[in-house]
Design a protein around this ligand. Structure first.
Ligand code: HEC
Length: 381
């Protein structure tokens, strides 16, 4: 067994030998790798020197089988890194997209950016799958790697993308001084799209560079509450504590309209997503964002569409379902209308949410804080 380096300590050598025998056994068998074995195989691979594995076809084959078996899992990242496995950018991106906030996801993104996977990333960011694009954008933003700035920057002004992709790009850019400056520059020159202003203002209000923060507060307009009084910044509001019971009453108040479109438990009408467990999903800052500027981010699956008929009529709402020849549109009142596809002239996804802006304008600041406290308390029992 000449491929075992002789410099190894005896014990390590025996362990390696066992690992190799275990790894190589049955390697070219046709059946897929039994999942139960994967853990042991990973452990065995952990004992081996990368140079050894990479110079041995059977071991290399085994490594690739293991990587295929754990594709998208955080533990695949360490293996790809240790053995410097080429052409695994898609796998790394899968981890980054699925675990954007986990160390393995962040590390995976760093590896893609260090290698030649940038093209693959750019394609995902502007690709058809908006949910995946948003997840990749978020992973980029969390990467602590300046190289992501040129990838994220063009997304902010690309009107063709889903608003959530642009939102993640804005949030990600604000994590870097150069990125935050870029956003500020866009805001100053009037090039920041309307739909990105709220997110930018929120993100820049919490950056750690005082001059950028101060300038942003001047350039991006403050939000107004009842009686056109300016609201404190969301980052400040989010730290306040409200009254849950009063918030629950406000949610049901006719003038505020929430229950006309949202269910909490069995109460309310379902136009938008049910809010029964919204406290688990969104932190307070995001809850404020969804009321103060609903179009700054739109829940996947609840995008608004404008369906125009050949007779000049139009339906605005969420496409609830469709068959081969009919389409069902749920409008802002919760009413569902049916339209024959043969009569449809065009359908276009709208850049705005079906949830109207300004619902908070009837509320005093304290009431808004109570409403958010209530939403934030809605969690899985
Ligand atoms: C005309 C219908 C309508 C009204 C009224 C309305 N919403 Fe919405 N809401 C929606 C729709 C549709 C969405 C999903 C699209 C989006 O994210 O903008 C949504 C999204 C949300 C979300 C984000 C949910 C998620 O899962 O991400 C929250 C939180 C929310 N609304 C709270 C409220 C509150 C609080 C009120 C009352 C102040 C309210 N909504 C009034 C339709 C409405």
């Amino acid at each position: 067994m000449s491929f075992i380096p002789t410099t190894f300590h005896y014990n390590a050598r025996v362990k390696q030998l066992i690992a190799i025998l275990f790894l190589v056994g049955n390697v070219f068998a046709a059946e897929p790798l039994p999942l139960a074995k994967v853990n042991t195989l990973i452990e065995a691979l952990g004992r081996l020197d990368p140079a050894l594995v990479n110079s041995n076809p059977a071991l290399k084959e085994r490594l690739n089988q293991v990587l295929d078996a754990v594709r998208g899992e955080p533990r695949s990242v360490a293996l790809i890194k240790k053995f410097q496995v080429p052409d695994r950018e898609a796998d790394l991106l899968a981890v980054a997209a699925m675990h954007p906030n986990a160390p393995a996801g962040v590390e995976a993104m760093g590896m893609v950016l260090a290698g030649n996977g940038k093209k693959a990333v750019a394609a995902l960011l502007t690709g058809k799958d908006a949910k995946q694009a948003a997840a990749v954008a978020r992973a980029l933003g969390n990467s602590n790697n300046q190289k992501v700035i040129p990838l994220l920057a063009p997304l902010v002004t690309n009107a063709k993308l889903h608003v959530n992709v642009r939102k993640e790009a804005v949030k990600g850019l604000a994590n870097f001084e150069a990125g935050a400056k870029h956003l500020l520059g866009l805001a100053k020159s009037g090039k920041l799209p309307q739909s990105a202003k709220f997110t930018a203002s929120l993100a820049l209000s919490t950056v750690r560079w005082p001059s950028i923060k101060a300038e942003a507060a001047k350039v991006l307009p403050p939000l107004f509450g009842a009686n056109a009084k300016p609201l404190p910044p969301v980052a400040v509001l989010a730290k306040r504590k409200g009254d849950i019971a009063n918030g629950a009453k406000i949610f049901l108040r006719e003038a505020v309209q929430c229950a006309r479109c949202h269910k909490v438990g069995d109460a309310g009408i379902e136009v938008g997503p049910a809010l029964t467990e919204i406290g688990d999903k969104l932190p307070k800052t995001e809850l404020y964002a969804s009321i103060l500027d609903p179009s700054a981010g739109i829940s996947f699956g609840y995008e608004a569409w404008l369906v125009t008929m050949k007779d000049g009529n139009a339906a605005f709402g969420i496409i609830e379902s469709e068959t081969d020849d009919e389409i069902f549109v749920k409008g802002p009142t919760g009413a569902v209308t049916k339209h024959a596809k043969a009569n449809i002239k065009s359908r276009a996804q709208q850049p705005i949410s079906l949830m109207p802006p300004g619902l908070h304008l009837t509320l005093k600041v304290e009431e808004l804080v109570d409403l958010i406290e209530y939403l934030s308390s809605l969690k899985k029992k």
